[in-house]
Structure formats: structure tokens, C-alpha cells
Design a protein around this ligand. Sequence first.
Ligand code: CS2
Ligand code: MG
Length: 402
Amino acid sequence: MATIERVEVLVTSPGRNFVTLRITTSDGVTGLGDATLNGRELAVASYLEDHLAPLLIGRDPARIEDTWQYLYKGAYWRRGPVTMTAIAAVDVALWDIKGKVAGLPVYQLLGGRSRDGVLVYCHASGTDVEALLDDVARYQEQGFHAIRAQAAVPGLSGSYGVRKGQLYEPAATNLPDEQAWSTEAYLDVAPGYLAKVRERFGFGFHLLHDVHHRLTPIEAARFGKSVEELRLFWMEDPTPAENQEAFRLIRQHTTTPIATGEVLNSIWDVQGLITEQLIDYVRTTVVHAGGITHLRRIFDLAALYGVRTGSHGATDLSPVTVAAAVHVDISVPNFGVQEHMGHTAETYEVFRGTPRLANGMLYPSDEPGLGITYDDEVAARFPYDAKYLPVARRLDGSMHDW
Ligand code: CS2
Ligand code: MG
């Protein structure tokens, strides 16, 4: 029987920071897992290096479920983004190994394809409405069928979701950038610019919007009601996801579909939202919600209640997560949509073999395992570069949700 012989925590920063776990077995088979937690990367790197790696050496790599239970129950202190991201990295690396040993792509181990391709949504944004409309047009020309739209809020510094360079990268400063927020100013413009998108491009594509945790429950209800005739695919994170009662109130006022979950990391965090059908899409991810093993449990629970998947897939989730997510997305029966923002050219030099993107769909690799490789030599060219996510302060200076 092969055993786990080597556990490496690899940190690199090809345009942004990524933490990757590489497990090597006594048969020389390697597996990769993403362990990136934007703005808190080294906490997960240490959790893996100092606390989990010693427990993995000598274990049977084939025992994925037992390892998951061992690391989850064995910590005593449960859940949370750091713990569940570390466990996720181990889990995904072991699925990668299992696929390589079986000579099968991971999706074949998960029940095979339920669809030919994975519908993705991209991020259109603009510093004003015209710039947003131009960006939507650009993505439609590239063949995307689902597009998220975000525009700057006049008068506020650093609106959420407005790209500055080629890719939207919020963790861009050595200390948190303090951005001003005004709910009134946002509610004055957001429904309007979303309406302009529908006016210009019609209803022949999925239009999404990320509120990004910013509203109170009744404000979110008002926002949802105000955009009902725009038929959004979803309004995302209308309120901070940890207050699950909020979604009950929002539900009473609007039929605009709701997506949440990217900051949540276990089935217990989304259990009520799903079983009481307070949301329509669950956005938990392979990298932050305990890996493939746990994410499948969440998605299977969601399937029982007509809740579909809509996993987070921003630039701060590495190509290892993109690959693992597509293996899950292609196989689950209740797939909804997969977020995909892409990565820098340097990132694709470090991580090779990412899923193919064509006509607004992602297609998994048919290589055994995840189909991703990690180039140590290229990675060494990009040392860790600590960066923080912004914070938001209301106009009176008090803290708000960013
Ligand atoms: C956003 C993310 O993509 C999304 O839906 O919520 O851009 C999020 O702000 C970042 O992943 C935070 O690191
Ligand atoms: Mg989001």
C-alpha cells in the first residue's frame, strides 16, 4: 500500500498570492490542492505546514473520507475559513492522486458527466454606465452567456467590483485600503445601471449582480423588488451571509433570485438557508468549504430543496480550484453557474493545464486527476507579497461590510 511521503506548502505570487499544497506518495504520485485565503494566506500555510503535514505523513492517500473526518473532528475547534481551507487543500490533493492512480479524470470518480460543458459567468464593470455597457458588449462578443454587471457609485472612492487593470484584484495594498460607502448613493444608481444593461442588450443572456454584503435586510428587500422586472439571474450576497434570518425577510418581499455562500465554509453554515429555501444558489467553493468531499455534501443537500450551485470563482481562487470546481460542476445534477474571472499570464505559467474555456463554457481536462501541474521553477520567480483586502467605512467614518 502506498503512503503519503511528502507534504509541501508552496507559496507564490504571479500577480497575486497563491498557496498550494502538494502531496507526494511513496509511489511518487503527486496531488495538488489550493489553500489560498485572500488577505490571510499565511494563516492557512502555517495551519497546513505546522499542524496538518505531520499528521498526514504515513497515511494511506486512498482514504480520502477518513482523512477528511480525521482532520475535521481531530481539530476539536471546528469550521471557519482557515480550518476549512486547509482541509480543502488536503482533500483536493487526495482526489487528484486518486484520479491519477485510477487513470481517470476526477469527474469520472464523481459519477461522470451530467452535462457537456460548465456555464460560466464573467465580470463586466465600468467607472460609469457607458463604460459598463462597453464592457458587457465586449464579453458578449467573446461569447459569454452570463455576465455580472457592476459600476462605480458616483462620489464614492473604490466601488466594489470595478476593474482597474486586466483583472479585478481587490487585494492590492500593503495595508487595507479604506473605501467610503453610502447605501443611499448605491441604491440611487445600481438599479438604474442594471436597467440600462437590459435596455441595451435585452434579455437573451443571464445578468447577475453582486451586492457584496452591503445592505440591511429591508434595504436588500427594496433592492430586490426594484430590479424584479430586470429578471436578474441572481442578486448575490444582498446582506452579510452570517445573518441567515435576513434572507427570510428578503424572501417575503421579492422574487429576485438570491445567491450567497462564498464566505461560508461548511454545510452547517448553509443548512437553514437551503432547507428553508431562503436562497436559490449556494456559492460555497471547493477551496474554502472543505474540498470536493464536503462540497458534494452541500450540493447534494441543496439538490433536495431545488437550490442550485453557483460557486465563487474569483481571481483569488487558484487554477487548481478552477480545475477541481469544473470536475464537480460537470457532474452534479443541480449545477447552476460557475464564476470565472481568469488569471494573469504568469499564473498560467505556474499552473498549467487549466480547463478549456470556449463559448462561455468551461470543459474539464480528461487527464487523470485534476489535470493541473505546478511549475516550481516559474513559481520561485514570484515571492510572496503580502496584500490586504479593502475595508469599507460609512460616510460618518464607522465600519461597514466591504
Ligand atoms: C466577489 C469576490 O467574485 C465575487 O463574487 O465577492 O471578488 C470577492 O470580493 C473576493 O473573492 C474576495 O477575495
Ligand atoms: Mg461575491
